[in-house]
Design a protein around this ligand. Structure first.
Ligand SMILES: *Cc1c(COP(=O)(O)O)cnc(C)c1O
Length: 407
């Protein structure tokens, strides 16, 4: 990390390329061990560099996109269109047209207006589009517990309660240019209590039975498996997640007397999160007597939005002195003009000063993917390291790019 920070500058996002590939392989083999037809779909919004998308394709994953831009990036990386799953709660006519023209494998519909629009656009092209209906089963998982809320107040999906999901299935079945093939649900993110997937499977199997017909042959159970952000976090393994999802669906569909569906899952965070580390350089410290000590770094909310957005907790380490004893508690802050631009509220660290490197592990998901140019900061470079070899896969943005779109 010290050598890479020297070579490529900071902030720098470093991925363990071997770990990325290994996690993709574990995912595919864990699910295929239950059913050779099971599909692992990488949720590209978590981190979408071309190098990563190409790797996901090489390893036999499909890919989820949630906008026309993500669709473009997946196609550009070489994904065949039939392996692409188009998501989004607010797809517009242009994006749906792009998905149809590319001939994506699946569109996950998320609104009655969208179903009508997709039907019309597909008809204009003389095509029939395979779709999944996104349902909201009303299971609310948090990191350490889950509950069945029947909660229907969400911008995503059609709730099972209140008949919205049934209405969406009926709308798809009666649309001439839409071919309904199954259901989708994504119950949440950073989930440790994977029993929540069993509860979701139970509710979904009952819904499939109630809907009748033989067209609901695909069950996409979404993503959401949690990862360790700090040393206290103990998330379930990929294999435990696969067992839970596959066993739950088989058992619940069997119990309902239904033919087993083809299962899909859509992990994002659990593929890329732990493989990424962000390295910053300390610009200076500030002591406020009787209050606390601050240390500021050369990045912040523009490359890592999660602490500010969700109060996400990270830990910091010193690449130059990994074994040094943590004797200080300080607030690690970014360089942006926002008081809330805090990376770690209370970081346990050895004494640090200007010029020192600080790294935050587990920043591989929803880090650079959410990066911005706030304060005219150029977005960071991304490096993949594999077998001791570093490859620059995304170069740092330039100042010239900051004005390139201005007319
Ligand atoms: C974000 C998202 C995912 C991936 O979630 P992770 O928590 O990163 O695994 C999968 N499916 C849908 C529909 C999503 O919105």
């Amino acid at each position: 990390m010290v050598a890479l920070a020297e070579e490529f500058g900071t902030p720098l996002v470093i991925y363990d390329g071997g770990l990325l590939r290994d996690t993709m392989r574990r995912y595919v083999s864990a699910f295929r061990a239950h059913d050779a037809q099971a599909e692992v779909i990488y949720a590209s919004k978590a981190f979408w560099a071309q190098a990563l998308l190409r790797m996901a394709h090489e390893e036999g994953l499909r890919v989820d996109v949630a906008s026309g831009g993500e669709l473009f990036m997946a196609l550009h990386a070489g994904f065949p269109a039939e392996k692409i799953v188009m998501h989004g709660n607010a797809k517009d006519a242009r994006e749906l047209g792009e998905a149809l023209d590319a001939m994506v494998g699946l569109v996950v519909v998320d609104g009655l207006d969208e179903i009508a629009l997709l039907d019309r656009l597909a008809g204009e092209r003389g095509r029939t589009q395979d779709v999944l209906v996104r349902v909201t089963p009303g299971v609310k998982p948090s990191t350490h517990q889950y509950i069945s809320t029947g909660q229907i107040d969400s911008k995503f999906g059609f709730s099972l309660e209140g008949g919205l999901a049934a209405a969406a299935v009926a709308a798809c079945r009666s649309a001439a240019n839409i071919n309904l093939v199954g259901l989708h649900c994504h119950i949440g993110s950073q989930i440790f209590e994977i029993g929540a997937y069993r509860l979701a499977a139970q509710l979904l199997a009952a819904f499939v039975k109630e809907q009748g017909g033989d067209d609901l042959t695909v069950m996409d159970m979404g993503g959401g498996l949690g990862i360790a952000y700090t040393r206290d976090d103990e998330p379930p393994s990929v294999e435990a997640f696969a067992d839970m999802v596959m066993d739950s669906v088989s058992e619940e569909w069997d119990a309902a007397g239904l033919p087993r569906p083809r299962v899909m899952v859509e992990p994002g965070r659990s593929i890329v999160g732990r493989a990424g580390i962000t390295v910053y350089r300390v610009t200076g410290t500030k002591d406020i007597p009787g209050v606390r000590r601050y240390a500021a770094v050369d990045g912040g909310m523009s490359d890592l939005m999660r602490p500010m957005l969700y109060g996400a907790v990270y830990e910091a380490l010193l690449p130059e002195r990994p074994e040094a004893e943590a004797t200080e508690v300080l607030r690690l802050v970014g360089k942006h003009c926002e008081s809330g631009d805090v990376l770690i509220q209370e970081a346990d660290l050895p004494p640090i000063g200007p010029g020192d490197l600080v790294c935050l592990p587990a920043t591989g998901a929803y880090g650079v993917a959410m990066a911005s140019n706030y304060n005219g900061v150029t977005r960071p470079a991304v490096v993949f390291v594999d077998n001791g070899e570093a490859t620059l896969v995304v170069r740092r943005e330039t100042y010239a790019e900051l004005v390139a779109r201005d007319l």
